[in-house]
Structure formats: structure tokens, C-alpha cells
Design a binder for this molecule. Structure first.
Ligand code: CA
Length: 234
């Protein structure tokens, strides 16, 4: 598994520097933007595991960034922790209603913030946990044994194909970009043309092997793929 990515959207350079240093020390990968618009852009492009979001930002207000992230199907799943100045009147109800997962009041200690980040990520993982065995149509997947069968007949998948299938299923119908798949399955940070094609090649072989269930892997043109679950399987 690749390291978790944190996106910092904050215009105060000292805070960014301090966060960057402390988060890297904790083995996170860190990106930052110093205004709301760039931050939103990066959230879409980088698909971070979590966003730290300041409220008073140039170009685009933090709450608007929060709203935009949560209203976009491609980014809605990304948890957000709001950084708010004490003097500032922040209505935490509004923040949480907009979909923020937590908020921290400035000044905060890096230790406190990192504990909150880890708690949010842990909560999310619990929520995302897959059952050990899943039955999807004709397909049965045993995640602990890394085994897939179609109509009780075992399907031979390579480890990458299995990972790819798992990441797709885990997204519960959400569209995943090629870059995101590349990053989660292969751990490539930077997507090059040739690498994104790797995703397509593996999707093709995966579809062949999944036979009657292959139609569940849906191509989203110029973007990526999603895995279709039946209504009662989500
Ligand atoms: Ca600010």
C-alpha cells in the first residue's frame, strides 16, 4: 500500500511548513495549495486521502471549497478536517453539515492534529472494511484467501488483477480515475501515459477472466472505471 496523501489548503506559510514537516515525519505524503481555487483543483487531481482545510482563504473561501469537494462525486469521499482560527466565528454545525469530518481550532499542536487525522482515517477504514467473503452475482470473492470464483469455478487472477478488483469493489460504485487506480494498485505517484495504459491492459484481462460478471466493470470515457454493484450489494 502506498503512503496516505494529505492535501493542505492553507495560505499561512508558517502553518503549511509546520504541517508539512510534521506530517512527513509521520510518513504521510503531503501536498499543499495556498488558495481555495488551487486547493480544489488539487483535490480533484491528486485524490488525497484527507484534506486539511483553512477557512479564510484567498480566491475561494474554505467553506465553498468544502461544499465543492463534497458535491462532486469524484471527490465527495475525501474526508476534510477544517482548520479554524479561534477569533473567527466558525459555526461548527455549518461546517459539519457541509460534510467536514472534523475541525481543529488554531493554534493547535501538531500532535493533536495528527491524532485527529489518524482518527478520521481509522473511522473511514472501519466503514470501508469489506466482509471477508462477498457474493456479487455469479461471483464469489474471498478477500482473506485472495480467491475469486465464478459459478463456483475458481478464477486465476494475478495479484495486481485481484488488487484492482478489490479497489474497484471497495469504491461501491464510485468512479475511479486511472491515476487513482494506478496509485492504489501500483503505487505510482506520477501518472505517465504508459502507466495509465497499464490500468487499461489489466482491466481488459480482468474482464476476460470475470466472464459473465465482466459487464460490472464500466468504462467511464476519458476518466476511468467503476464497478457496478446490484442495489442490495452496496
Ligand atoms: Ca487563512
Amino acid at each position: 500500500m502506498s503512503k496516505e496523501k494529505i492535501l493542505i489548503i492553507e495560505d499561512e506559510k508558517d502553518i503549511v511548513k509546520m504541517l508539512d514537516y510534521n506530517l512527513r515525519k509521520e510518513n504521510f505524503r503531503v501536498f499543499s495549495a495556498n488558495n481555495g481555487e488551487d486547493g480544489l483543483d488539487m483535490a480533484r487531481k491528486e485524490n488525497p486521502d484527507l484534506v486539511l482545510l483553512d477557512l479564510m482563504l484567498p480566491e475561494m473561501d474554505g467553506l465553498d471549497v468544502c461544499k465543492a469537494v463534497k458535491n462532486d462525486a469524484k471527490t465527495a469521499h475525501i474526508p476534510i478536517i477544517i482548520l479554524t482560527a479561534k477569533a473567527q466565528e466558525f459555526d461548527k454545525v455549518v461546517g459539519l453539515e457541509l460534510g467536514a469530518d472534523d475541525y481543529v481550532t488554531k493554534p493547535f499542536s501538531p500532535r493533536e492534529l495528527i491524532a485527529r487525522i489518524k482518527a478520521v482515517l481509522r473511522r473511514l477504514k472501519e466503514k470501508d472494511k469489506l466482509p471477508e467473503i462477498m457474493n456479487i452475482g455469479d461471483m464469489a470473492i474471498d478477500f482473506s484467501k485472495i480467491m475469486v470464483s465464478i459459478k463456483s469455478k475458481p478464477v486465476e487472477l494475478t495479484s495486481k488483477e485481484f488488487e484492482l478488483l478489490k479497489v474497484l469493489i471497495k469504491a461501491k460504485g464510485r468512479v475511479l480515475s486511472r491515476d487513482y487506480l494506478l496509485d492504489s494498485v501500483w503505487g505510482f505517484d506520477q501518472a505517465l501515459e504508459i502507466q495509465t495504459r497499464t490500468v487499461d491492459v489489466h482491466i481488459t484481462t480482468l474482464r476476460k477472466k470475470l466472464k459473465s460478471e465482466s459487464k460490472r466493470i464500466v468504462t467511464v470515457k476519458n476518466y476511468g472505471y467503476r464497478f457496478e454493484l446490484d442495489a442490495d450489494e452496496g
